[in-house]
Design a protein around this ligand. Structure first.
Ligand SMILES: Cc1cc2nc3c(=O)[nH]c(=O)nc-3n(C[C@H](O)[C@H](O)[C@H](O)COP(=O)(O)OP(=O)(O)OC[C@H]3O[C@@H](n4cnc5c(N)ncnc54)[C@H](O)[C@@H]3O)c2cc1C
Length: 426
């Protein structure tokens, strides 16, 4: 990517564009590329100076997402055709398909590729700038960006998109709803860390081609651990757990150490090299009823809770939110250009929450509810026993069925017998 192409400067030296997208993650990067391709004057900004760095996401995805979102093979770190579920305790279960089921992307490369797409279609990309404030001037938004040197620059745009992920830097967190009504409306937060490691060939072979998860309270209380394969000789090892509101979270480092100790043989532990340590949060509500827009400020991706809590999986959903918003926002920009009045543009955007809800589907919320129940109950024997029953029930299934369960949230395929366990009614 070439450094900052010359932006269009409006009166008073302000950077001007029709749409400012803040956050060059999968959601913002894809939206900026879609809008630029539609001929809209778009500017994409991110606080990161280098989008290939701080690649916090494990980036596991089903294979079908690659053609669906037009992602090229060069972004793939590894392919996988098997599931491995370890735990509770020392139980290991493997399922293998005959065809590849999914990929593990190079998350940093994905972000950079999307920003390159935006730029290739004529959009502007400005990196190393953090959005710190936003204000209205009639029908125009002024967004202040702070550069690494502390300099403030302003962007004047008709629309601003908050694609800043779980931090929701511009749209803000939804107001907490007290009592039981808040259960499905308030944000649920999980925090994860991951190490990218160089490992001996034999160790890599052992984890190659599989998405492996460690489940049960003795592995990660109220969460899970994972091993994902990457390119030859590399694996990603991580842990993620729920954060209990009002409690100080216990550190994840001891859980990472225990995972290494239990999963990697002593010989390989001596020769492995940690190439990168990263982490982050997933914060989603189950009902996704938070505001998706405040006037001309619109939010997408994790900023409107598209990440699913079951596997902390959000890349596909972030991309989907962009594909839902792009045509609606393009329509609104065209209405603005034609001077057809504010009401028409706002009406186009009013369709966004419902369309996104429909695109994610009812199973998305069911999955979030099952995830909350599953992870929060993994504190001891009772939760572990319930999980063991569920996993036993999966033994007869094929690897493809597990993918349908964990990526398409097709819980009903396991029949009325299993849903009550999953939902915690038994
Ligand atoms: C440890 C971990 C593992 C994960 N593993 C997977 C996985 O295997 N598969 C999967 O599908 N999902 C996974 N996810 C979730 C997935 O990464 C997210 O759901 C997805 O990245 C959301 O995309 P987004 O574009 O909405 O937000 P993000 O990817 O969070 O992008 C937001 C961007 O906004 C920028 N930003 C933030 N604030 C500002 C600001 N004020 N000004 C300028 N820029 C700003 C950030 O630098 C960032 O680049 C994981 C998440 C974590 C934390």
């Amino acid at each position: 990517m070439s450094p900052d192409p010359s932006p269009s400067l409006g009166p008073g030296g302000l950077l001007t564009c029709e749409v400012l997208v803040v956050g060059a993650g999968p959601a913002g990067g894809d939206l900026a590329a879609q809008l630029a391709r539609a001929g809209i004057d778009v500017c994409l900004v991110d606080q990161l100076q280098d989008l290939t760095k701080s690649a916090f996401s494990s980036a596991g995805m089903p294979l079908a997402a690659m053609p669906r979102y037009g992602l090229p093979a060069e972004l793939v770190g590894a392919r996988w055709d098997s599931w491995r579920l370890i735990g509770p305790g020392d139980q290991w279960r493997d399922w293998r398909a005959t065809e590849p089921l999914g990929v593990v992307l190079q998350f940093g490369a994905l972000r950079r590729w999307l920003a390159d797409q935006c730029q290739s279609w004529g959009g502007t990309v400005r990196l190393g700038r953090r959005a710190v404030a936003i204000s209205h001037e009639d029908e125009v938004l002024i967004t202040r960006l702070r550069g690494r040197d502390g300099q403030i620059e302003s962007v004047r745009s008709a629309w601003v998109v908050d694609a800043t992920g779980h931090s929701r830097s511009l749209i803000g967190d939804p107001e907490p709803v007290p009592g039981p009504r808040g259960r499905d409306r308030n944000l649920i937060s999980a925090v994860g860390v991951e190490w990218l490691m160089q490992v001996p060939e034999a160790t890599w072979e052992h984890w190659r081609g599989k998405l492996s998860f460690c489940l049960g309270s003795d592995w990660v209380p109220q969460g899970y651990g994972w091993v994902f394969p990457m390119q030859r000789g590399q694996i990603k090892l991580g842990v993620c757990r729920l954060e209990n509101p009002g409690q100080v979270a216990s550190p994840l480092a001891p859980l990472m150490q225990s995972l290494q100790h239990r999963l990697l043989d002593p010989q390989s532990r001596g020769s492995l090299q940690v190439l990168d340590r990263h982490g982050g949060r997933v914060r989603s509500s189950i009902r996704r009823q938070e505001p998706h827009r405040r006037g001309r400020l619109i939010a997408l991706g994790d900023a409107v809770s598209t990440a699913n809590l079951l596997g902390g999986e959000g890349i596909r959903h972030a991309l989907e939110s962009s594909r839902v918003l792009a045509p609606l926002l393009s329509e609104a920009v065209r209405i603005d250009r034609a001077g057809l009045g504010k009401a028409g543009a706002m009406k186009a955007l009013d369709r966004y929450p419902r369309r996104l809800h429909r695109a994610l589907g009812w199973r998305w919320s069911l999955s979030g509810r099952i995830a909350r129940r599953t992870w929060s109950s993994l504190t001891g024997t009772r939760g572990d026993e319930r999980l063991s029953r569920v996993l036993k029930g999966l033994e007869q299934q094929r690897a493809e069925d597990l993918s349908a369960l964990l990526f398409d949230y097709r819980f009903e395929r396991y029949g009325a017998r299993m849903l009550p366990y999953l939902l915690g009614w038994r």
